[in-house]
Design a binder for this molecule. Structure first.
Ligand SMILES: C[S@@+](CC[C@H](N)C(=O)[O-])C[C@H]1O[C@@H](n2cnc3c(N)ncnc32)[C@H](O)[C@@H]1O
Length: 289
């Protein structure tokens, strides 16, 4: 490819517009127009006492669920009728019902269209009969509880009928005879990945330097979500709980049109801006509509 062709190719994938707000997400989302966002991918604090820099992750159960309704109602208002809201939540032995309580109260606002399991670590038997383990987990020393190797990604929509581009994250058939056996394959070696997504954390040596936040999701998680929603080049994506910006990095990799993020903690949002290669002077604060 000539230099000119190379430049044209690079220019044909425009950089998304990034709007990263140092702000409370409820106040921030109130400034966003109704039905203007295609995809929301987020992971709120789980109320499990995580040691965030600014946010206090220990509210009463009632206060926490009340607040969940408050921010989720802004997500609903800003989401387009055919939009997708991917909500990542996990549990802990001390609070095993929390993801289920959240999804029950959100049932008044959204339809649960898909439940995806984010698998962080798994042990499987290979075809040769060997048991292999892959991925990372937090060891749990207990005679009562199993080590927690997964979290939920609830796919919530307004009507339960949002169309997905399932093959955007499709996987090849293990048995190639299926390609011709299944008419819906249309001769293509790609099938739906299903609702168990194995996404391991990257191995890091130094948390403060490599991943300075206590509760991130890997970039691949929001990347999968935005890709299966489809039509990425015209997508407006939002993350109300941005953390250090892994959803924003996914937005850039996917090539969405616009990304909007909110984060309370100045240090986290600065890390996000730096990872995106954006100047800190471009961190925004919401202004009244
Ligand atoms: C589970 S973390 C999200 C991490 C993110 N997914 C990532 O990969 O970096 C939740 C984040 O929400 C932020 N937060 C808590 N309350 C908030 C609020 N009201 N508005 C905006 N951000 C908030 C916390 O500071 C924390 O960084």
């Amino acid at each position: 490819m000539s230099d000119q062709q190379q430049t044209m190719k690079l220019n044909s994938v425009p950089e998304p517009e990034f709007c990263l707000f140092h702000s409370d997400c409820v106040a921030g989302m109130r400034q966003i127009q109704d039905a203007s966002v295609d995809v929301v991918v987020t992971s709120p604090p789980y109320n499990l006492g995580i040691d965030y820099s600014t946010y206090d992750d220990k509210q009463s159960r009632v206060e926490y669920l009340k607040w969940t309704l408050e921010w989720a109602s802004e997500v609903k208002r800003t989401l387009k009728p055919d939009g997708s809201f991917f909500l990542n939540v996990g549990a802990a032995p001390a609070n095993p019902m929390m993801p289920h309580e959240i999804i029950l109260i959100l049932g008044d606002f959204f339809v649960l269209q898909n439940t995806i399991h984010w698998i962080k670590s798994i042990s499987i038997k290979t075809r040769a009969g060997e048991t292999i383990s892959t991925g990372h987990f937090k060891p749990l020393n207990s005679k009562r509880y199993l080590t927690d190797c997964h979290e939920y990604i609830f796919h919530l929509t307004k009507t339960g009928t949002s169309q997905l581009d399932r093959l955007a994250i499709g996987v090849p058939y293990a048995d190639k005879t299926n390609i011709n056996r299944w008419a819906h394959s249309e001769g293509v070696d790609k099938r739906c990945r299903g609702n168990t997504w194995f996404i391991p954390y990257q191995t890091i040596k130094n948390r403060a330097g490599d991943r300075p936040h206590p509760a991130t999701f890997p970039v691949e998680l929001p990347l999968n979500c935005v890709r299966i929603h489809g039509n990425v080049s015209t997508t407006v994506m939002m993350d109300p709980f941005l953390g250090i910006g892994h959803s924003a990095l996914a937005a850039r990799e996917a090539g969405v049109q616009k990304f909007i993020g909110f984060e309370l903690d100045r240090g986290y949002i600065e890390t996000a801006m730096t990872s995106l290669g954006l100047p800190l002077t471009e961190i925004k604060i919401p202004t009244a509509k």
